[in-house]
Ligand binder design. Structure first.
Ligand code: BGC
Length: 747
């Protein structure tokens, strides 16, 4: 009798429908909080821990029933609050019905999944998308992913990954935006806006999950899951800004990282999860652990058994235990024996329920359970249009000697050579984290080129070798075929499984047989265009010295072949710029543009300065670098006033002219150096950028406003301050070739 009454009370709350059509901020009204409290009061401890328990499903199959008997029983008992990896609108709907109709509390479940760069319409890997320096397009691309994620019945994507990465040995560099905190913050916010949409209650929006909090990209030696050890200064200046930007953009969930930082595993860090996230940044949503990260606290050896792991994880502020089942199995006893307080459990449940309210699940638990939408929305024509445009903008032209590119449509024969050129390895073109990849959906380079050029151009093709292990036996034949052509397009690079998670590498050269193939092609004396497909910066010293044209195409997604053909034939003028430095060799790593001066800055005339004996300090291709089929010249960098008072902003103007003979887009970049300060500051830091289009001969004046916040840094007391003194402004088309100006901040 008591239970029936409880359910009735609860049902009055959830069925009143007042939550529809309210914005997320309104959803945090005190009324909602009262409802959440009233639900919590009705829950047993086991049901509460159920809300904090996420279990994993099978990943690939979208058709059959995905819960086994045990899982179904757990769901009915209220022991599951969310699922990972269950997709398919019919199946998620079926499972939701069990939760809502057959569990005592009738609380809807959340379905989470990794939609990192598209579901069926796979867009470029995030690192490539960042190279567009086009946040509007990146937002659109994320929104397409959210629409398709909704279509497969999911509520929550485990993206954006916003980890700053300065080490290309780390395979997960592919999933983020590169090495810069400012650019990374802009992209993080754009992705959150794209995933969550204008109104999160509208169909086609997903909950975003900012990951991996924190500094997972700082793994020592780039070895995945490895130790991280940074000062608070490095964290605050370099690694934390993108997470903060994503939260400020409204992200409702955060994922705690696998790694430790300075002796404290992130998933057990109350400094990160509570002091910083909740108290300092005012985050109201929930934190989910990374996969088994709660259990791994035992491997970190800060918990000697699973109960201790669960207590420390939850107490630090990680609300949901992804797949370890430790919270569910171990924490009721911990509460009963007073090792864990009931308040901590209640606060965690409150956050989980709040996110479910915010996403409208109490109002409509079946909001994404619309099987007819799968057919209508997946790989929709309009989505492919976005994917193609995104891919065009992601391509970075690294070298173009004697204007070998764009290829002339009057060329007679083109030899397309390499394991990534044809139709065989199409699934590699989409890169890591694309579970729903279907090679038949991917446009290969040969298909893209054939669709572009008239039949008057003959295309000859040979694979040349496999992507990885290969004896090199086919090279001779490929060279023979290449000799028939006027120009060789060699499409080489990495397979999808060597980037992403658990894909660290100590050798960043092209796989050896591919390099052999390229050297053999070079011997033909024919002009060669090298198109690279990869998930990380590669070491390309030989290529940059010997191959006249190099196109960094990354893993570009389902429209790869079309976008590459658009660029190769000049229908699109490339405008991407690197968001990560390309090292000359692995020994230089980490190499990044915003380094410190050191006490002995490099001086070629003095051996006892900071340098290597066998390689320059500079990267092969610097941050911000990328060529176009036209050229741009920069002049007249002016500062609105030579001296500003603390608290004031300053305006920087620069004239940019298209000095070539094709229309093109340029990413105008603004860097700043605080010339002298009480703590050391980077040699330069990106503080703004604008992507502009210019016709041949056209000149535009580009304006940047630098606010006090952009001049500020953390002083010795870790307070953000602006110190008086001079600042040097650098403006240019990459982080090295810049025009300068100076202004002063006075007290
Ligand atoms: C990865 C996360 C991912 C999670 C769930 C983990 O192994 O580190 O990025 O979201 O699995 O798939």
């Amino acid at each position: 009798m008591r239970n029936v009454f409880r359910n009735t009370v609860y049902f009055i709350f959830i069925s009143c429908g007042v939550l529809a059509a309210q914005s997320s901020t309104q959803l945090l009204s005190s009324q909602t909080e009262v409802k959440i409290d009233s639900i919590i009061k009705l829950m047993t401890l086991e049901e509460k821990l159920g809300q904090l328990n996420q279990i994993g499903g099978t990943w690939y199959d979208t058709k059959t029933e995905r819960l086994n008997e045990e899982q179904t029983a757990m769901l009915k008992a209220g022991e599951i609050g969310s699922f990972l990896g269950i997709t398919g609108a019919a199946e998620t709907g079926r499972i939701q019905r069990i939760a809502v109709e057959q569990s005592r509390m009738k609380i809807p479940v959340l379905f989470g999944y990794d939609i990192i760069h598209g579901y069926s319409t796979i867009t470029p890997i995030p690192l490539a998308e960042a190279c567009s320096w086009n946040p509007d397009l990146v937002e659109q691309s994320a929104h397409v992913a959210a629409i398709e994620g909704s279509a497969i019945g999911v509520h929550w994507t485990y993206a954006p990954m916003v980890d700053i990465a300065r080490d290309p040995r780390w395979g997960r560099i592919a999933e983020g935006s590169g090495e810069d905190p400012y650019l990374g913050s802009v992209m993080a916010a754009a992705r959150v806006r794209g995933f969550q949409g204008k109104n999160i209650l509208e169909y086609g929006s997903l909950l975003a999950c900012v990951k991996h909090f924190a500094a997972y990209g700082g793994a020592e030696a780039g070895r995945d899951y490895n130790t991280v050890d940074f000062s608070e200064r490095t964290l605050r200046e370099i690694y934390l800004p993108p997470y903060k930007a994503a939260i400020d953009a409204g992200a409702w969930t955060v994922m705690s990282a696998f790694n430790e930082i300075g002796g404290v595993p992130s998933s057990a860090s109350s400094w990160l999860m509570t002091d910083l996230l909740r108290d300092e940044w005012n985050f109201k949503g929930l934190v989910v652990s990374d996969y088994t990260a709660i259990m791994e606290l035992m491997n970190h050896r800060i918990a000697k058994d699973s109960t201790e792991a669960g207590i420390v994880g939850l107490s630090s502020g990680v609300e949901i235990d992804m797949v370890s089942r430790i919270y569910l199995r171990k924490l009721s006893e911990a509460v009963r024996s007073k090792k864990l307080s009931q308040e901590i459990v209640d606060e965690a449940v409150r956050r989980v329920l709040r996110v479910k309210f915010v996403y409208g699940l109490f109002d409509d638990p079946y909001r994404n359970a619309k099987p007819e939408k799968e057919k209508e929305l997946l790989l929709k024509k309009e989505h492919r249009v976005v994917a193609r445009e995104m891919a065009q903008h992601s391509i970075v032209l690294l070298k173009n000697e004697k204007d070998i590119l764009p290829l002339k449509k009057s060329t007679k024969t083109i030899a397309l050579i390499g394991p990534l050129a044809g139709n065989e390895n199409r699934s590699d073109l989409v890169g890591a984290w694309a579970w729903a990849r279907n090679p038949n959906d991917v446009v290969s380079v040969i298909q893209g080129i054939k669709a572009k050029v008239s039949s008057s151009i003959k295309i000859v093709y040979d694979k040349g070798c496999e992507i990885e292990s290969d004896s090199g036996a086919r090279i001779k034949q490929a060279v023979k075929i290449a000799k028939q052509a006027d120009v060789i397009v060699a499409v080489l690079g990495e397979s999808q499984h060597v980037s992403g998670e658990a894909a660290s590498k100590s050798n960043l050269d092209l796989p050896s047989t591919q390099k052999e193939l390229l050297k053999a092609l070079k011997k033909t004396g024919k002009p060669i265009v090298l198109v690279l497909m990869n998930g990380r910066p590669l070491t390309l010293e030989w290529e940059s010295e010997n191959i006249p044209a190099i196109v960094e195409a990354w893993h570009l997604g389902v429209e790869a072949g079309n976008a590459i053909a658009d660029v190769l034939f000049g229908d699109v003028n490339p405008s991407g710029k690197l968001t990560v430095s390309f090292p000359r060799n692995v020994g230089q790593i980490p190499v990044y543009y915003n380094h410190k001066s050191t006490g002995r800055p490099y001086n070629p005339k003095d051996k006892y300065t900071s340098q290597f004996l066998d390689v320059p300090n500079s990267p092969l291709y610097p941050f911000g670098f990328g060529l176009s089929y036209t050229t741009f010249s920069y002049s007249n960098v002016t500062v609105s006033s030579a001296a500003i008072k603390k608290g004031q902003s300053v305006t920087i103007l620069v004239d940019v002219e298209n000095s070539g003979n094709r229309a093109g887009e340029e990413v105008v970049q603004l860097y700043l150096r605080d010339d002298f300060a009480t703590v050391t500051r980077p040699v330069k830091e990106l503080k703004g950028f604008k992507k502009i289009s210019l016709n041949p001969g056209e000149k535009k004046t580009v304006e940047f406003t630098i606010t006090q916040d952009q001049l500020a840094f953390y002083n010795l007391e870790m307070k953000k301050v602006v110190e008086p003194g001079t600042f040097t402004v650098y403006v240019g088309g990459n982080s090295v070739d810049c025009k300068e100006a100076v202004f002063e901040v006075v007290d």
